[in-house]
Design a protein around this ligand. Structure first.
Ligand code: SF4
Length: 446
């Protein structure tokens, strides 16, 4: 039970590191804080309560948080009453170790304990220090209302949390806990209220989003859930991320073909193109099986855009293995990739693997892969010139407010001149030029 009476108006600032799950968690946390009487501030130095929502997926992300804490130490030295809290995956993994490394931190809340946050903050406000909760609150996890969406047109909706797969390189099963799926009715009603509030697009979130199951047996599987959601009155676009290749069946193609509101873009993480490496990563599929999944997606009448995640320099990855990754990238002809150097994470199985690839070699492979993919993207994007696409306008381009930015249903970014009145609208744009990561276009006037 929360018993928190703020003696004066207090401000909070949340800095988010890492993935979309973290971004959405920060929205949930922001709402919990507003309900407690805090108000948001866009400037960290003004905050009475400063939260860092952390990531632990790579060592670099982890180091970033500690260097940020170092910088904040100076700012907050002048503001001794301000409280600092660490949230997220790094908080979950490092737990009370954080207080030793960063003594200015007042509290630590793991990525599975956000529903306890109000109680924990009440304790901190009463003067308690080194408050910690890294328990895995499996039942109450999803049910925090989130009115505090960052983007007024596109919303994240968590449909499942956690992961049971234990890939040998990944911290997620340890930080986010076991798989828990959210009940169908809760997902449906959240999406209906988002649509009623004017949101155009929802992205369903889950660590392995297509492993979602309905514990109440109302809906058979993830693709059936998609069909139910596609029938929500007024919904314009549905995305989902990230699916696991093993849980994909050909019926996803039927859903994408029969329900135009389901976007024709799939992010299908492959991690490596070598079966030998995939086996050591414990991915549970081979190169051939992954390519079979791609083949049925590519047969769709709606051209499905594909993106992926790739790790280079996994322990024991040889030049031949790496070349298999390059050949898979060429075969699949991805629309985009997220590529990373392998980063050993304490607590994971691969942390103790021998045959480490040198940092220099990892960097070389990453550069080769990224240049290779850049050419593929240039070629793919060049084919879009002259064609028209429906774009959800969701911001201004980095070039200024007279240039709008939006995404096609294939998740391609298109920048085009237009007035701010178009923000939040679905418009038709003709592509006039291309770059590796975005397109330029012109509004098609009706
Ligand atoms: S399936 Fe994804 S989240 Fe789960 S362990 Fe593997 S990489 Fe991590």
């Amino acid at each position: 039970m929360v018993d928190l009476k703020l003696s004066k108006e207090k401000k909070f600032f949340i800095e988010t590191f890492g993935c979309q799950m973290n971004q959405h968690d920060s929205e949930k946390v922001a709402e919990a804080l507003i309900n407690l009487g805090y108000s948001p501030t866009p400037t960290s130095s003004e905050a009475d309560l400063l939260l860092l929502n952390t990531c632990n997926i790579r060592e670099k992300a982890n180091q970033k948080v500690f260097s940020r804490l170092g910088a904040l130490h100076q700012t907050y030295g002048a503001k001794p009453d301000a409280k600092i809290g660490l949230l997220g995956c790094m908080a979950q993994m490092e737990a009370d170790n954080i207080f030793k490394k960063a003594p200015r931190v007042d509290f630590v809340v793991g990525s599975s304990s956000y529903s306890f946050l109000p109680d924990l903050i009440a304790r901190v406000e009463k003067g308690e220090r080194k408050v910690i909760d890294v328990s895995q609150d499996t039942d109450r996890l999803f049910e925090i209302n989130t009115q505090t969406r960052k983007n007024p047109y596109k919303a994240f909706v968590t449909i499942m949390e956690g992961c049971n797969r234990f890939c040998s390189f990944c911290v997620v099963p340890y930080t986010r806990g076991p798989e828990r799926s959210r009940p169908t009715q809760h997902i449906l009603s959240e999406i209906q209220s988002l649509v009623n509030e004017g949101f155009q697009e929802v992205t369903l979130l889950g660590q392995t989003v297509n492993s979602w199951t309905d514990s109440q047996g109302q809906v058979n599987c993830f693709t059936d859930l998609l069909k139910r959601l596609a029938e929500v009155r007024g919904i314009r676009r549905i995305r989902f991320t990230s699916p696991h290749p093993n849980d994909f069946c050909p019926d996803i193609v039927d859903v994408i073909e029969n329900f135009p509101v389901v976007c024709n873009h799939i992010h299908l993480p492959v991690q490596s193109g070598s079966t030998r490496v995939l086996c050591r990563m414990k991915r549970d599929y081979t190169r051939e099986l992954y390519l079979q999944k791609v083949e049925f997606l590519r047969k769709s009448k709606r051209e499905i855009a594909l993106s992926t995640d790739i790790i280079v320099g996994f322990p024991g990855e040889t030049q031949d293995d790496f070349e298999e990754t390059l050949s898979l990238v060429e075969l699949v002809d991805y629309d985009s990739i997220f590529s990373f150097k392998y980063s050993p994470r304490p607590g994971t199985e691969a942390f103790s693997f021998a045959e480490a690839v040198s940092e220099e070699e990892k960097s070389r492979r990453l550069q080769v892969l990224q240049q290779f993919q850049r050419k593929i993207q240039l070629q793919r994007n060049s084919k879009m010139v002259g064609k028209r696409y429906e774009v959800l306008v969701d911001g201004s381009s980095q070039r200024g407010t007279k240039t709008l930015a939006g995404r096609t249903t294939q998740n391609k970014i298109i920048n085009f001149p237009g007035s701010q009145e178009l923000l939040g609208k679905l418009v038709e744009v003709q592509v006039t030029n291309f770059l590796p990561n975005s397109l330029q276009g012109e509004l098609v006037e009706c």
